[in-house]
Design a protein around this ligand. Structure first.
Ligand code: ADP
Ligand code: MG
Length: 243
């Protein structure tokens, strides 16, 4: 991010607790339009929780979340969709009995009103779902459900897109292809936060990463520099994490 560029999302000292357990423990980060930020860290370090709080699924217990400088912490997901935030899920939850087309229609009807929606046909073509359009979502394999989840999010015209392990389970050719798609979205000015365990993929697409451990940031910068940091190496090699 160039110094004069204001972040679209600013997260400061974010705290999220589940009962007595602190999942986010003073997490701060920002992302600018057109930027791809990677969120990496061992299982249980708080990556999904961070996405859940930013996307409005959970209200924070402390700290601030600002979109374009306006506080959004605790605003519900469906309202944030209208403000231009959407996300994919680590485990996609399409409407299983609805067709692919119907799932996308619901999202199109729901999105940010100020922006002309993409057409269903363009989305289907771009994300390789055209041949599945009339099938119930329940018939899709897990990679296809992830693509439908991405298309559902894109149909709402987000300015900030949060991707939670979208690439997990894709084969190398699919990974390359989706990396290209994500970069193309960022090139349109979309801010994108990517949670992923595959370091090659993170290296390929991110401008910058935040490394999380136990709900705290332990590194911020380029992935190439992160893997030189003893504390980062310790967290990745010393824990249960398997890349
Ligand atoms: P990550 O995505 O980095 O693997 P999560 O954000 O899913 O980690 O989880 C962080 C920690 O918070 C974990 O210990 C997890 O068990 C806990 N946690 C996440 N969501 C909930 C929840 N809804 N209720 C209770 N504990 C939760
Ligand atoms: Mg997760």
């Amino acid at each position: 991010m160039s110094p004069e560029q204001k972040p679209i999302l600013d997260v400061a000292r974010l705290v999220k607790r589940f009962g007595g357990f602190t999942a986010l423990d003073g997490l701060s980060f920002h992302v600018a339009s057109g930027e791809i930020l990677g969120l990496v860290g061992p299982n249980g370090s708080g990556k999904t929780t961070a996405i859940n709080v930013v996307s409005g699924l959970y209200a924070p217990d402390g700290g601030e979340v600002a979109l374009d400088g306006h506080a959004i912490g605790g605003i519900a997901s469906h309202r944030l969709v209208h403000r231009g935030i959407n996300r994919t899920f680590q485990i996609p939850k399409p409407f299983l009995s609805l067709s692919v087309r119907e799932n996308i229609r619901v999202a199109l009807a729901y999105g940010r009103a100020a922006v002309t929606p993409p057409t269903i046909e363009a989305l289907l073509d771009e994300y390789r779902l055209a041949e599945l359009v009339d099938r119930p979502a329940a018939d899709l394999n897990s990679a296809q459900q992830k693509m439908l989840d991405l298309v559902r999010a894109l149909a709402t015209r987000p300015r900030l897109l949060l991707l939670d392990e979208l690439a997990a389970g894709l084969n190398p050719a699919e990974l390359d292809w989706i990396a290209g798609r994500i970069k193309a979205l960022a090139a349109t000015g979309m801010a994108i936060i990517v949670v992923e365990h595959l370091m090659g993929f993170i290296e390929q697409i991110t401008d910058r990463v935040i490394v999380l451990n136990a709900g705290k940031e332990i590194f911020e910068g380029k992935l190439a520099a992160a893997v030189q940091e003893p504390q980062v190496i310790e967290v990745f090699l010393g824990g249960e994490h398997a890349a």
